[in-house]
Write a protein that binds this ligand. Structure first.
Ligand code: ADP
Ligand code: MG
Length: 404
């Protein structure tokens, strides 16, 4: 696949770069600039090659559904790419970095045409355009008409076939224009492909978190690749209920019980043998650890894995050669429910003989918070994208469209 590294001189060329500047915000403040920092190697390389660089990214969500104009204006105001602009300018100094509020048409074209070699333009939030998420052909054509080269560096959005991730490169490819992957994408693809086509065993996956319905589908494909899947987090209760255990007030995906049983029949699924339960997540007045066989009592909910489960997990983690981890195994944000997730971080990074990957925003945040993030082989910038990449055997729309 063509990568930034292999692109030649770009003097005079107009380059569209799809970056992932979807940073967490606190009002107008950037809470974590990691995504901006991660995009710098690609941007700097393109600047050094003399290109005229336009950066496109989404920021947050704009609900276009039933809301009226005023509500949309409010949503836009909350997700304004101008919040990103000062930090980007600072990080890229002394490179000239401009900003345009235009997201289509003549005004956008003018801003791009005014760029000089080696200058950068940050474009307003792609989701200000209703057609972005629908991969609207007219919007894609409008954007594509401005560019000679397309570079994809937004791994976190590569599982979405939107106008900026798919529509534009699809058009440019047809016009025999250059489409390439950025450094960030290249690294993600290389590392995650080892989780898709494992070159060593045992391969252990750890799945947790809260978004069960998003994640449960990936188990099917992981079962074909992994030797063990350790299940924690909210997903565990669906499995335990399917096996006839009492789960008290814990969340269960009732429509996935049969599927859970089918997965369990593989013999590869490892479930919690004990659970830390409480009467309330925010203000627990009673916290205890119950054995899975005894079941979680009514009025209680599971919030973390227990110590025996941690020991069981460790027994698999210590011998693994490849580990893919998505989803904290407990509510790690609360001290009292963080032990399981900390133990998972420690066990994985204690195994010096394994290739370890985190694919999940909250899992990555947990590893960072507890001081383990640097010790993993790879921390993916895309949770949903990394899961879908595994689910689709290494394929994602935003990668496939770039082509060979
Ligand atoms: P990731 O971003 O790593 O993919 P998710 O977004 O699916 O992970 O889930 C992260 C959230 O899951 C965390 O905020 C954590 O508090 C929550 N969580 C983990 N275990 C449980 C549980 N047993 N019950 C409720 N929430 C849980
Ligand atoms: Mg998350």
């Amino acid at each position: 696949m063509l990568t930034v590294e292999k692109l030649g001189d770009l003097t005079g060329k107009k380059v569209m770069v799809r970056v992932d500047f979807n940073v967490p915000l606190n009002g107008k403040e950037i809470r974590d600039d990691n995504r901006i920092v991660s995009a710098l190697p690609t941007i700097k390389a393109l600047v050094n090659k003399g290109g005229r660089i336009a950066l496109f990214s989404h920021l947050g969500k704009i609900k276009w559904g039933k809301v009226d104009d005023e509500e949309i204006a409010k949503e836009k105001a909350k997700n304004d790419m101008q919040f990103v602009y000062p930090r980007l300018k600072e990080l890229l100094a002394p490179t000239v970095v401009k900003f345009t509020n235009a997201t289509h048409g003549e005004e956008l074209k003018k801003a791009i045409d005014e760029l000089k070699d080696g200058e950068v333009l940050l474009v307003q939030n792609t989701r200000y355009e209703k057609g972005e998420s629908k991969n609207d052909p007219a919007l894609s054509a409008d954007w594509a008409s401005n560019f000679d080269v397309f570079v994809m560096d937004a791994f976190g959005s590569a599982h979405r076939a939107h106008a900026s991730t798919y529509g534009v490169p699809e058009i440019l490819k047809k016009e025999n224009k250059t489409c390439a992957l950025g450094y960030l994408m290249e690294k993600e693809v290389k590392n995650l492909r080892r989780c898709v086509n494992p070159d060593a065993h045992p391969y252990v996956a750890i799945l947790g978190g809260f978004k069960v319905s998003d994640k449960i589908k990936v188990i099917d494909s992981l079962l074909k690749k992994c030797d063990r899947i350790l299940i924690g987090g909210a997903m565990a209760y669906t499995f335990l209920k399917a096996l006839g255990k009492k789960v008290g007030n814990s969340p269960v995906e009732e429509d996935q019980l049969d599927y859970a049983l089918k997965c369990y029949a593989s013999g590869k699924i490892v479930l919690p043998v004990d659970t830390v339960v409480a009467d309330d997540m925010e203000n627990p007045t009673a916290i205890e650890t119950v054995k899975t066989d005894a079941g979680i009592p009514e009025g209680f909910e599971g919030f973390d894995v227990g110590t025996e489960t941690i020991d069981l997990y460790k027994s698999y983690i210590k011998d693994a050669k490849i580990i893919f981890w998505n989803g904290p195994v407990g509510v790690f944000e609360k001290d009292v429910f963080s032990k399981g997730t900390i133990a998972v971080c420690k066990a994985i990074t204690d195994n010096k003989d394994c290739f370890s990957v985190i694919g999940g925003g909250d899992s990555a945040a947990a590893a960072k918070q507890f001081g383990y993030a640097d010790k993993f082989s790879h921390v993916s910038t895309g949770g949903g994208a990394s899961l879908e990449m595994i689910e689709n055997d290494g394929h994602l729309p935003g990668i496939d469209v770039i082509g060979e």
